[in-house]
Design a protein around this ligand. Structure first.
Ligand SMILES: Cc1cc2nc3c(=O)[nH]c(=O)nc-3n(C[C@H](O)[C@H](O)[C@H](O)COP(=O)(O)OP(=O)(O)OC[C@H]3O[C@@H](n4cnc5c(N)ncnc54)[C@H](O)[C@@H]3O)c2cc1C
Length: 423
């Protein structure tokens, strides 16, 4: 337990989340979610709210605890042990709440943020379209301007809470001009479940079941202009801000799942005997345990680093958060698989929950921006930082034994220039 990373408030919140997860959630409820018998975990969601565990970093006036990202991530880590769908229901108010808190009017905060944190309203985030999730700016769902309202038409896919949510934070195209620049095409808006919002719960998911993931069709939905979040055509700005909570909220719950897998695997390795000895005595097994714990600790450290970067508005927060999402989600997958290996054949059955952890954690590398998209952003931002920081550090290249610039040729032009030859 790396509790020493938290302040007093963080430790108290983490304890509260841990107690809730330990005592207030029935295993059968989680099994029913995994069997798709519960389509959206409303009761669980209301439980989070009852214990004042939702949207912890938002102002007290709206039902939050005015705490830091670091402290909120610690609580997310606890709830993550309940599985990916239960964790997603927990973090969704933190994701959608960010847009409302950062860009919403007072009226929008009272109408949507406050009841959401009180567990009275459930939100969902609707970005992905059937034509593609990674190419966000290519969204083709559209809103026609009708004076005091929009008429929204389009389709979103894989929306957690499609079944269950009372309102959707949707990104739709509002600037319909053919030559509209990508960054000025889209708006973010709240779309209430109501006439014209058609939802179908149809995906046979490998894991992360019971979160209400479905298809949402907007069929000429009337949306008041007052539901715009941020400026008209300013969805890109909202989206850029949202990348931080999206990715932190994907990473942080994974640590709960890793901890749970390690607990099960260690207990198994301690009791299971082969060749007359507990299997943990075999290096092949105990080294897997060591590796799993190392991945958990590294993940936790990255999460706290990223959370701290978000708390202090560090200029490179987007790179750090993207790295964290990628590293932690891959580590969670590795840890779940290590736990399965340690538990052998029985780990592959549903006698242990490891198989569910494997099914659940696989998704984390895909949603909220695939890990390839994370890599694309990491290198993009890193090159910008690299260019801006040139000359700031020691010239390490100059320390080479033969720091001979005449041999440093990078393209055809250089060759002619360096040797002063006519081409
Ligand atoms: C269970 C589940 C729940 C989800 N929940 C939500 C939700 O609540 N709200 C929501 O809006 N979305 C949600 N999603 C959608 C998810 O975020 C997308 O599936 C994801 O962003 C990838 O989009 P895609 O599936 O269209 O794949 P594509 O974008 O078609 O990508 C396919 C492959 O191409 C790669 N690729 C694409 N572009 C690039 C590039 N530029 N560089 C390198 N590689 C690239 C991807 O990495 C991937 O490997 C959910 C998905 C699932 C499965």
């Amino acid at each position: 337990m790396n509790d020493f990373m938290l302040d007093e408030q963080g430790r108290a919140l983490q304890d509260k989340a841990r107690e809730f997860v330990k005592n207030d959630v029935d295993s059968e409820y989680l099994r029913r979610m995994d069997r798709d018998e519960i389509r959206f975990p409303r009761q669980l969601y209301e439980g989070y709210a009852k214990h004042h565990l939702l949207g912890l970093r938002f102002p007290i006036a709206y039902g939050g605890q005015a705490t830091s990202w670091v402290n909120e991530c610690a609580s997310m880590g606890e709830v993550g042990a309940l599985g990916m769908a239960a964790g997603c229901a927990y973090v969704m108010p933190s994701i959608v709440g960010e847009a409302l808190n950062a860009f919403g009017s007072e009226e929008q905060k009272q109408r949507y943020l406050k009841p959401m944190l009180a567990g009275k309203l459930v939100s969902a985030e609707a970005l992905t379209e059937p034509r593609g999730g990674s190419d966000f700016f290519g969204a083709s769902s559209r809103a026609e301007d009708k004076g005091d309202h929009f008429v929204v038409r389009g389709m979103k896919r894989f929306i957690v809470g499609a079944e269950g949510a009372d309102y959707f934070l949707a990104y739709v195209r509002t600037n319909l001009a053919d030559d509209a620049p990508a960054q000025q095409r889209i708006s973010a808006m709240i779309i209430d479940r109501g006439p014209g919002v058609e939802v179908k719960y149809l995906y046979g998911l490998m894991g992360t079941r019971g979160g209400g993931t479905g298809r949402v069709v907007f069929r000429d939905v009337k949306v008041p202009k007052a539901n715009l979040i941020g400026p008209l055509h300013g969805g890109a700005m909202v989206f850029h801000t949202m990348m931080i909570p999206e990715r932190l909220c994907s990473a942080a719950p994974c640590t709960g799942m890793m901890q749970a897998c390690i607990d099960v695997a260690m207990s198994y390795a301690d009791r299971r005997k082969a060749f007359g000895a507990p299997i943990r005595k075999f290096q092949a097994v105990s080294f897997m345990i060591a590796k799993a714990q190392m991945l958990l600790d590294a993940s936790q450290a990255m999460i706290y680093q990223a959370a701290r970067a978000a708390d202090c508005g560090a200029p490179n927060v987007r790179r750090i958060v993207s790295e964290t999402k990628k590293f932690v989600t891959e580590a969670a997958w590795d840890v779940a698989n290590l736990a399965m290996q340690i538990t052998g054949g029985i780990g592959y059955t549903d006698v242990y929950p490891i198989e569910r952890a494997v099914r659940d954690t696989r998704l984390a590398q895909i949603w909220t921006g695939t890990n390839e998209v994370m890599s694309a952003m990491i290198q993009h931002d890193l090159y910008q930082e690299f260019r801006a920081s040139r000359g700031r550090y020691r010239d390490f290249e100059g320390d080479a034994m033969h720091a001979d610039d005449s041999e440093k040729i990078f393209d055809d032009d250089d060759m002619w220039k360096v040797y002063d030859l006519q081409k």
